[in-house]
Every structure is written in structure tokens, then in C-alpha cells.
Ligand binder design. Structure first.
Ligand SMILES: [Zn+2]
Length: 387
């Protein structure tokens, strides 16, 4: 019994010992496991933070240069979307904390799954995309700079244009009254006790004739009126400027002087008038405006009644002539014949509007002009311009 009891006690003690050992081993294992788990987690965290701080420092560098670029890195690793989505939202990492936390999660996950390379590959990819964008940006910047330079140049031109009327002396100042020019021209031949001759030269300016006419007028200290053709004015802008500089009057004589074109209908007619006007403005400045018009071929015919009404409606005055040198009457127009024609057509008239031409080849007009002026002076005429 005692032996049995002893044996039983011994068995109990053995069991207890086994139990304790098992518990100890278990606890040790638990401790080791907990230690390893804790260490492991902290190791993973350390790695994760290390990678993330590397990525963040790169981001910060980029951020300081360009907010959009920073956002693109985050966006790329977060969703794998292209730069366009970043541009569309226009957000930066700083403006969007949720995007940063997403990036942190992804950074940690990529370490845990040992696929941090993917993250960095994405970053590199994003950087390459950004480099592409940088190039594009540089090209756009260069284009902007080129455009700005062109604008400045255009501004310079505008300034030059704006100064033109001052330099040229706007003709408007020589016009006594632009409002009633039509009325005044209508009464141009009405006697007022004075003898006045208005010399007019049509169909110029031309380089071979106009300068010679200008020279003769200057020598005689006389001013005249030039009814210029727009297309010729365009070709000889310096002569147009010279007219104004030397105190002469410029009138509109249409752009093309082609009858079929001008008199096709009222709208073609006004188009011709405006076209010539805009040529003159281009040469003399925007403030230049002549309200003086002469119909190519004159205004006499009944068929021109609509055009006469229209030009008055548009604020112009028009004038024909009551005296001429006949330099447009065929080929045989030598100087003496031209002088003779002026004598014939001026007889008995106090107010003369003398038609002459400074179109190409009118050499006899140049030749006859000094004698015509001398004759008219002798007859007691003073010279005026049609303002
Ligand atoms: Zn003409």
C-alpha cells in the first residue's frame, strides 16, 4: 500500500513536471514568437519608412520646382493612371492628404510583397513622363516668347502707324468744313466777285510725271488738287506723302479706275471708293480722311444718278470740271494745243476747275503747265485747292 502510495505520488509529481515543462516550452515559444513578430513588424516598418522617406525626399525636391510633377508621381503609383488624370484634377500631393496616405500604404505594401521595384519603376516611369512634359513645356515656353516678341514688333509698327498722321500732317486740318463739302462743291462755280482757278490732276500718282508737276507747282508757289487712283497710290506711297507735305489736296478717284468694275452696281462702286480710302489711310495714317471724290469719266451721264446719290449719302462731295487742257483727247496733244484748250475753255468764267492728268506718259502736260499757270495769273486768277 505504502509502495503503491509512493508510486502514485511519484507518478503525480512526474505528471506535474511534464505539465510544467510543456507550459514552459509553450511560453518560451510564445515569447520567441512574440519577440520575432514584434521585431519583424518593426523591421518591416523601418524598411517601409526608409523607402517612403526616400520617395518623399525626391517628391519634395520635385515639389519645390513644380507642384504638378509631385502629384503625378503619387497618382502614378496609386492608380497607375497617366499624367493626364493628374492634369485634369489639378491637385498636388500637399493639397490632397488622402493621396499621400494612399501612397504610404502602397509603399508599405510594396515592401511587404517585396515588390518595391514596382513602386520605383513607376516613379521612374512618372519621371520620364515628366521629362517629356518638361520638353513639351519648354517648347511651349519658347513659342510663347516668340509670340511675345512678334507682338512687341507689331506694337512698334502700331506706334509708327499712330505717329504717322502727326508726321504727315492730317489733311483734315486743311478741310474747312467736312460736313457741307457736297453743298460747297455744288456751288463751286457761283460767282462771288473773285477769279479763282482750281488746278486738278487726275489718274496719278506716277513716278515719271507727278514729281515734275509737283516741282512746277512748288516753283510757282501754287497748291493743287490730286484725284488719285488707289492702286497707283499703293505703288507710289512716297508721292502721296509728298502731296500732303507740300500742301496739296488729295481726292478719291476709286481704286481701279476701271469703268466696268466701278459702275457695275452701287455696291461695287462703294467698294472701289472704300478700297482707295483704305490705301490712303495705310499711307497717311488712320486719321486721314478725304471727303473729296471725282467720278472716273465725270458724273455727267444720267446713268450715274444712283452713284451720285450714294456718294453724297456716304458723306462725300464730288466735283467735275468746267475747264480743261485736253490732255486726254487723243494722242496729238502737244503743249501748245493744251495751252490753247485752257484759253478756250476758261473764257468768261470766274471760277475754274481745270482738268489735267498726271498719269503715265503725259509729258506735254508737264511741258504746258508753266505757260498755263502764267496765262491764268495774267488773267487775274488766284489758285486754290478744293477744300
Ligand atoms: Zn480719271
Amino acid at each position: 500500500m505504502g509502495h503503491f502510495m509512493e508510486g502514485q505520488a511519484e507518478q503525480k509529481s512526474l505528471k506535474w513536471q511534464n505539465y510544467r515543462r510543456t507550459v514552459l516550452i509553450y511560453l518560451t515559444c510564445m515569447a520567441v514568437f512574440i519577440y520575432m513578430f514584434t521585431y519583424g513588424v518593426s523591421f518591416i516598418n523601418t524598411l517601409g519608412k526608409k523607402h517612403l522617406s526616400a520617395a518623399n525626399s525626391e517628391k519634395r525636391q520635385v515639389q519645390s520646382a513644380r507642384p504638378l510633377k509631385n502629384y503625378l508621381i503619387v497618382q502614378k503609383s496609386h492608380k497607375g493612371t497617366g499624367p493626364q488624370s493628374g492634369q485634369k484634377s489639378g491637385l498636388t500631393a500637399d493639397q490632397s492628404p488622402s493621396l499621400i496616405s494612399s501612397a504610404q500604404k502602397i509603399a508599405t505594401l510594396s515592401v511587404v510583397s517585396q515588390s518595391a521595384d514596382v513602386f520605383f519603376n513607376n516613379t521612374v516611369y512618372a519621371n520620364e513622363a515628366n521629362t517629356g512634359m518638361d520638353l513639351q513645356r519648354n517648347i511651349l515656353k519658347q513659342k510663347e516668347e516668340a509670340d511675345m516678341a512678334a507682338d512687341l514688333k507689331a506694337d512698334d509698327t502700331d506706334i509708327a502707324e499712330a505717329l504717322k498722321p502727326q508726321a504727315q500732317g492730317a489733311q483734315d486740318t486743311t478741310m474747312k468744313d467736312t460736313q457741307d463739302i457736297a453743298e460747297r462743291l455744288k456751288n463751286i462755280y457761283k460767282p462771288d466777285g473773285r477769279k479763282i482757278a482750281y488746278l486738278t490732276f487726275d489718274d496719278g500718282p506716277t513716278p515719271d510725271i507727278t514729281p515734275k508737276i509737283l516741282e512746277i507747282l512748288k516753283n510757282n508757289q501754287i497748291n493743287a488738287t490730286f484725284f488719285v487712283i488707289g492702286s497707283l497710290a499703293e505703288k507710289n506711297p512716297d508721292l502721296i506723302k509728298k502731296h500732303i507735305e507740300e500742301g496739296h489736296m488729295i481726292g478719291n478717284h476709286t481704286y481701279s479706275h476701271k469703268y466696268k468694275k466701278i459702275y457695275a452696281d452701287v455696291s461695287s462702286f462703294m467698294k472701289e471708293v472704300r478700297q482707295a480710302d483704305s490705301v490712303l489711310k495705310n499711307i497717311l495714317g488712320e486719321s486721314f480722311q478725304t471727303r473729296l471724290f471725282r467720278f472716273p469719266g465725270g458724273s455727267f451721264e444720267k446713268s450715274k444718278v444712283l452713284f451720285r446719290e450714294e456718294i453724297i449719302k456716304q458723306g462725300y462731295g464730288y466735283v467735275d470740271w468746267n475747264c480743261l487742257n485736253g490732255d486726254a483727247e487723243g494722242k496729238k496733244t502737244d503743249a501748245s494745243r493744251l495751252i490753247q484748250r485752257v484759253k478756250e475753255t476758261s473764257r468768261g468764267k470766274d471760277h475754274l476747275v481745270v482738268l489735267m492728268h498726271d498719269s503715265a506718259g503725259k509729258h506735254s502736260t508737264v511741258e504746258a503747265l508753266p505757260e498755263i499757270i502764267r496765262y491764268l495769273k495774267e488773267q487775274g486768277y488766284v489758285f486754290g485747292t478744293l477744300d
